[in-house]
Design a protein around this ligand. Structure first.
Ligand code: ADP
Ligand code: MG
Length: 252
């Protein structure tokens, strides 16, 4: 925390301005604004249906918000001439379901996008994939197939696969929610390591221990708005809003 706070303020990696999004008459994002600094880990918490996934999906343009703006590294994602594919490649996303390609070995899963999208050479893609397997602690699984992996291993591979595109920002949408409890720790450990390397991360999670330990900032969302935000200790120990207190009393 200290080093992060003392350093010169960096330019924001992500600026979200007054985002609005409805599905029919359901107002899912109702004027959401936030900034994420380079190297910052922002943890988003809140009840089911509060708009957390929609916010994350907007950041990666899997959903297109109806109003507001999203500026990533100085460029608007929503301007008519934005190179959406290119910008999406710089933002990695990890979901609750890992969605590995079942017919490809672990290393081929990791190498696929670098080869096809980034046009890397095979030796380059392989070297990078091996490095990432080491990072997630699964070097010995390079030639295994997804069906033979545990949930925790599959999610670590999904993280490695996202990292293979060399994203500058990583989005995580409840990456441990589908896992058996004994596998949650190994996935969080990889994410913690990533944070320590300075990755800019937005993480939706119910893992309050992770939020407190790794998050630089916690946002509490409900009903499509950010109700409260602040450093983890402040939000968890001294929440200012009744709605935050009520939510925390249920999950802590
Ligand atoms: P959270 O991730 O916080 O649980 P979501 O962002 O998934 O919340 O959902 C917020 C609201 O938007 C919910 O009411 C959900 O039913 C609705 N919603 C999400 N995606 C869609 C969609 N593709 N079509 C219609 N409604 C949706
Ligand atoms: Mg969700």
């Amino acid at each position: 925390m200290g080093a992060q706070a003392e350093r010169e303020p960096k330019r924001p990696a992500i600026v979200v301005k007054d985002l609005g999004m409805s599905f029919g008459s359901n107002r899912v994002l109702d004027g959401v604004s936030l900034e994420v600094a380079e190297g910052e880990v922002v943890v988003v918490i809140g009840p089911s249906g509060s708009g957390k996934s929609t916010l994350l999906r907007c950041l990666n343009l899997l959903e297109r918000p109806q109003s507001g703006d999203i500026v990533v590294e100085g460029r608007s994602l929503l301007s008519p001439n934005a190179d959406i594919r290119r910008m999406r490649e710089d933002i990695g996303m990890v979901f609750q379901q890992f969605n590995l390609f079942p017919h490809l070995s672990v290393i081929d899963n990791i190498m696929l996008a670098p080869l096809q999208v980034r046009k890397r050479t095979k030796p380059d893609a392989r070297a990078k994939a091996e490095e990432l397997l080491e990072l997630v602690g699964l070097s010995e699984k390079a030639d295994a197939y997804p069906a033979s992996l545990s949930g925790g291993q599959a999610q670590r591979i999904a993280i490695a696969r996202a990292l293979a595109m060399e994203p500058r920002i990583m989005l995580f949408d409840e990456p441990t929610s589908a896992l058996d409890p004994e596998m949650v720790g190994e996935v969080l450990a990889v994410m913690k390591q990533l944070a320590a390397r300075g990755m800019t991360m937005v993480v939706v999670t119910h893992e309050m221990g992770f939020a407190r330990e790794v998050g630089h900032r916690v946002l509490f969302m409900e009903g499509g708005v950010i109700v409260e935000e602040g450093p983890p200790d402040a939000v968890f120990d001294r929440p200012g809003k009744a709605r935050t207190r009520e939510f925390l009393s249920k999950v802590l």
